[in-house]
Write a protein that binds this ligand. Structure first.
Ligand SMILES: Nc1nc2c(c(=O)[nH]1)N[C@H]1C(S)=C(S)[C@@H](COP(=O)(O)OP(=O)(O)OC[C@H]3O[C@@H](n4cnc5c(=O)[nH]c(N)nc54)[C@H](O)[C@@H]3O)O[C@H]1N2
Ligand SMILES: Nc1nc2c(c(=O)[nH]1)N[C@H]1C(S)=C(S)[C@@H](COP(=O)(O)OP(=O)(O)OC[C@H]3O[C@@H](n4cnc5c(=O)[nH]c(N)nc54)[C@H](O)[C@@H]3O)O[C@H]1N2
Ligand code: SF4
Ligand SMILES: [Mo]
Length: 727
């Protein structure tokens, strides 16, 4: 341990970089520089776990390329200058409302990127910006990620936020498809030290099977790894469902609607039929079904590899169908619904999609959003409702969205763009104004979203470790941006944040019948008072018969253990009949699309993605200790394919959407016929010095934005047909 002297201090905070929500011990010197980061041993959930990204948060903080003042671009010279906050908001107030006055609200698009799921500003203040813009042109990383899970959960359970997660610490059998938590640290399954939890599963005698076209580090840890043809997981899972019915292995323990319809839908997907398409032998499919049925407890878990695919929603649906059929939904050791501590949105009507459709391609909305795969269409296609201005918050869609060359070109044609971001990067270079959030250590932290998906109920709040100084909090940036896009000036003497917080607090208390308790809310500012209110009204809250409030979390800065996951059916259901909808009409209809593709000729070579431990989507490549070594942008390819195509060093990869030249890394750990390229690279023109040196190529030049998973509109990143030629 470094001794804590007068000039240095060690403080606690949650890591905001990924879904594992690890507790950190951050040592700061007298000038508030981060001098050391360790895992917080006393955090009851993460128990000291730390990965290389969390450990290098100090380097990110000291990055000389990180923006520390608002930036404005001169379009004529394409040059940037730092300006005051007042000047930055003044420009926005002048330019953006002019565009909506002339062309209507739809003329402004909003893209919300991944880090919004990790910030208080994203959770509590971005909704204000959404309301201020009042546009249907709302896009986010969700449709490049987990929308299939949300749509299937919404249709089955009535609420898209009611997502079942594997009860990782108690299950006897885990079937994992398309996830690699040894690199990603887990997703839609908040579990710090996911690797340690998987080892514990094995140590207690459990079994763990991985299905992935690559033999990943996770697959190597597993008891069994099965190669699967990319994009074919829905067939594999249907084969399991078929077997469960055919061999009378079902044991449904929750109230469901639609059991017969599922049986009928699965009838044609026999293990033999699906084997040719998936590459998984029929006997193996049947054995998986028998093992899942026989295990005392079991959970099926499928993540990004299966979501960002042509049949993402059907796959996610079948995951929970199997969890139901084997008696494991909502049961300890199975797939369970976590209970987060903060009051969530209470949905009164069952979830549905397609309440409106996108202008150009007629794609249905889901959760109020259009697919990011059609953002370029909406900017580039003239007509009434065309997007002419964009706001991006914490996103880099020029690297992360499918068919991103089109998006890059479309952004260049915008009349005006504002980005809230830490960096000048591939996306924000198109902005007229960039508004930077403060240092991570200057932000408060509570995981509103991620703790709803945690494998153990838990809560932790961190106050800012360092005062804001001249910076604005990201909450205030968003609140002032919301005013500016409406053409409003802040009222002198009134803090815009306080104004919006008071409105939210009054509305929430009124709805809860607690209007007279405003003065009881604790906290240093109105943001904290909102958090106190959400905790008090939440399931463990002081105002709901429990004991939780902000003070309890402040008194327990390592976080508090709220116990193992508990059964929550039927209370958590929001379906019309308050039963699990096992066969939603919309999904049964989509089975026709799946059936039609069963016998389609398979492309010779297909592309999938992969994540790297020391990367974070598109934005940690400027942190020197993280890049290099194994963290490089290379195309993984089986040695037989390398030899067959006569490739030596570099290869030209061509898809329907674009062409890239990339270095090849031959590895036995990938299926023949499949190549893998990580996303988030492609920094050759970057303003960030380190990232530019480790540029790599943008995988999304190859992905095709004309293709989406029909029910959710989700992007298709895996199973992209490609051709390969030696460079
Ligand atoms: N081919 C392919 N493409 C993919 C994927 C894939 O597997 N394959 N995965 C998809 C997935 S799952 C996701 S989630 C998306 C992610 O894609 P995006 O939503 O575009 O998110 P990031 O690439 O993580 O970019 C985050 C941006 O936020 C900025 N930032 C970081 N912290 C903060 C902050 O605190 N506040 C603000 N305002 N900005 C911040 C960073 O500088 C960066 O510009 O990519 C998707 N794209
Ligand atoms: N280090 C690191 N951690 C991260 C991120 C990061 O960029 N870097 N990103 C974060 C984000 S935004 C997310 S959403 C999560 C995602 O977390 P995970 O879901 O664990 O994502 P990956 O590690 O990409 O693992 C996906 C796996 O799916 C496999 N796959 C590809 N196609 C198919 C297919 O058709 N079927 C099957 N069965 N498998 C397939 C790939 O080979 C890969 O091994 O990770 C988060 N954590
Ligand atoms: S696993 Fe995720 S939350 Fe934990 S230290 Fe690493 S980046 Fe941070
Ligand atoms: Mo993601």
């Amino acid at each position: 341990m470094t001794p804590v002297t007068d000039s240095s201090r060690t403080l606690l905070r949650t890591c905001p970089l990924c879904e594992a929500v690890c507790g950190l011990e951050v040592t700061l010197d007298s000038a508030d520089h981060i001098t050391a980061i360790r895992g917080d041993q006393a955090d009851p959930f993460s128990r000291g776990f730390l990965c290389p990204k969390g450990a290098t948060l100090g380097h990110l903080d000291e990055d000389p390329d990180r923006l520390t003042a608002p930036m404005v671009r001169d379009r004529a010279t394409d040059s940037w200058r730092a300006v005051s906050w007042d000047e930055a908001f003044g420009i926005i107030r002048e330019r953006l409302p002019e565009i909506t006055r002339a062309h209507g609200n739809q003329a402004v698009g909003l893209y919300l990127g991944n880090p919004n799921a990790h910030t208080v500003a994203g959770a509590l203040y971005v909704p204000l910006l959404i309301r201020a813009l009042a546009t249907r042109n709302l896009y986010s990383a969700s449709t490049a990620d987990q929308m299939p899970k949300q749509v299937s959960s919404g249709l089955m359970f009535g609420d898209p936020l009611t997502v079942a997660v594997p009860d990782l610490d108690r299950t006897d059998y885990l079937l994992m498809l398309g996830a690699n938590p040894l690199e990603s640290n887990g997703s839609l399954c908040t579990a710090p030290d996911f690797p340690g939890r998987l080892k514990a599963l094995k140590q207690r005698g459990g079994r763990f099977v991985v299905v992935d076209p690559r033999r990943t580090r996770t697959a190597k840890l597993a008891d069994e790894h099965l190669f699967v043809r990319p994009g074919s997981d829905a067939y594999l899972l249907f084969g399991i469902v078929h077997t469960l019915f055919a061999e009378n292995l079902t044991d449904v323990r929750v109230e469901v609607e639609g059991l017969d319809e599922v049986r009928a839908a699965a009838a044609e997907f026999t293990p033999e039929t699906v084997a040719a398409r998936t590459g998984v032998p029929a006997e193996t499919v049947m054995r998986l079904a028998r093992e899942l049925a026989a295990a005392p407890t079991a959970a099926v878990y499928a993540r990004i590899g299966t979501c960002t695919a042509e049949f993402g929603t059907l796959t996610q649906w079948l995951v929970d169908v199997i969890n139901v059929l084997t008696g494991n939904l909502d049961s300890p050791g199975g797939a369970m619904f976590p209970t987060g501590a903060a009051l969530g949105i209470v949905r009164s009507r069952p979830f549905r999609t397609g309440r409106w459709a996108s202008r150009v391609r007629g794609l249905p909305e889901a959760m109020g959003e259009f697919p990011v795969a059609t953002l370029a269409d909406e900017i580039s296609t003239p007509g009434d409702g065309q997007i002419r201005a964009m706001v991006t918050v914490a996103g880099n869609p020029v690297l992360s969205a499918p068919g991103s060359s089109r998006l890059d070109a479309a952004f260049a044609d915008l009349e005006f763009m504002v980005s809230v971001d830490r960096y000048l990067n591939e996306t924000t270079r198109h902005a007229d104004v960039i508004l930077p959030p403060p240092r991570i250590v200057q932000a408060p932290h509570y995981d509103f979203a991620l703790l709803q998906f945690a494998v153990h109920n838990y809560a932790r709040y961190s106050r800012p470790l360092v005062p804001l100084g001249d910076n604005l909090s990201e909450a205030e940036v968003i609140a002032r941006l919301a005013l500016a896009v409406s053409g409003q000036e802040p009222t002198p003497g009134l803090d815009p944040l306080t104004v919006v917080d008071e409105i939210v607090i009054a509305g929430t208390l009124h709805k809860a019948g607690m209007a007279d308790r405003r003065t009881e809310l604790l906290g240093e500012n109105t943001t904290e008072q909102r958090i106190d209110m959400m905790l008090k009204l939440g399931p463990y809250g002081e105002w709901a018969g429990g004991t939780l409030n902000l003070q309890v979390l402040l008194d327990n800065p390592h976080g508090i253990d709220l116990g193992p996951l508990q059964p929550r059916l039927p209370g958590v259901l929001r379906t019309a009949g308050r039963k699990v909808e096992l066969a939603p009409r919309q999904l049964l209809d989509d089975v026709a699309r799946l059936r039609a593709r069963l016998r389609a000729a398979a492309p010779e070579m297909v592309l999938v993605g992969r994540r790297q431990l020391r990367s974070n989507n598109s934005w940690l490549h400027n942190v020197a200790p993280l890049v290099g070594g194994s963290n490089r942008c290379t195309l993984h390819m089986h040695p037989d394919d390398v030899a067959r195509f006569g490739i030596d060093g570099q290869v030209v990869v061509k898809s329907a959407a674009g062409t890239l030249t990339v270095p090849v890394e031959a590895t036995e750990d990938i299926m023949p016929g499949v190549v893998s390229l990580p996303h988030g690279w492609g920094h050759s023109d970057s303003a960030q010095a380190v990232a530019r040196e480790h540029a790599g190529v943008n995988a999304n030049v190859l992905t095709d934005d004309s293709l989406v998973d029909a029910p959710s509109g989700n992007a298709v990143f895996n199973g992209v047909p490609v051709t390969l030629t030696p460079a």
